[in-house]
Design a protein around this ligand. Sequence first.
Ligand code: SF4
Length: 291
Amino acid sequence: MPRFNLLADIARYCAEKPCTIPEAMLDYELAQKRLTREEILKALDKTLSVMENAVEQGLRQLMITKSGMLNNWAKRVFECSVSTLGLPLQKAIARALAVSEVNACMGKIVAAPTAGSSGIMPATLVTMREERNISREKLIEGLLVSSAVGLIFAKNSSFAGSEAGCMGETGSAAAMAAATITYLLGGTVEQTFEAAGIALKGAMGLVCDPVAGLVEEPCAIRNAIGVANAFTSAQIALAGVKSLIPPDEVIFATKEVGDLMSPRLKESALGGLANTKTAREIQKKVFRSDE
Ligand code: SF4
């Protein structure tokens, strides 16, 4: 049975068997769960469908949260006539916002790895499908690659905003997405995991400071930035640039940084953006309207 505690363990398994990262993760899943290969792939196909539907829903339906903080941002970005760096990135950002809005409006999303960070992986996969004509079969392999990074991050750090801040949520999602993009564009195992490490370095120390304690602001924005982080990190890794700190050590560092972070900056809505004058006024209004 494969024992994966580090990204390096998965890389070694891939080299020794030899196999790809998706095959290694399928071996892992088969050993962990009493499911057949077909059942696992079917579940992943369903996961992908939920992600795709959430992107569509966020871009097509009216998306105004009960608090009013999020108000059809995704559509506005998708349709904006000014593009900073071209349409593909613009659309990827809009898709991440779309799923964040669906989540905040209580729609169906995939926590990947959390509800707060649920926009990054769907935006990545749909953008790869649209821009690179990646097949469904390959996108499912991409999900398995993301699961490799997610597994190791969960073992050695934390997905919880209350433990590792937003670094643990949108940071880890960006790392999962960066690895996925790198794999789908033909990166080696080393480059794929390198991309994850680079994305995490970009999110190191990111605090969790949701306004009024709701997963809306700055959460949606951080999903948008997270998908940009993923494409940036994959680009660097695919060029063969190696970061000085190995990805497993970057993950260990996120654990240390999360432990050092003040509880005021870990989902308590006591510090950071949540503690600004405007955020406090919004909070009062939201809770008054709930009474
Ligand atoms: S700011 Fe906090 S609640 Fe919002 S996405 Fe980040 S970790 Fe989640």
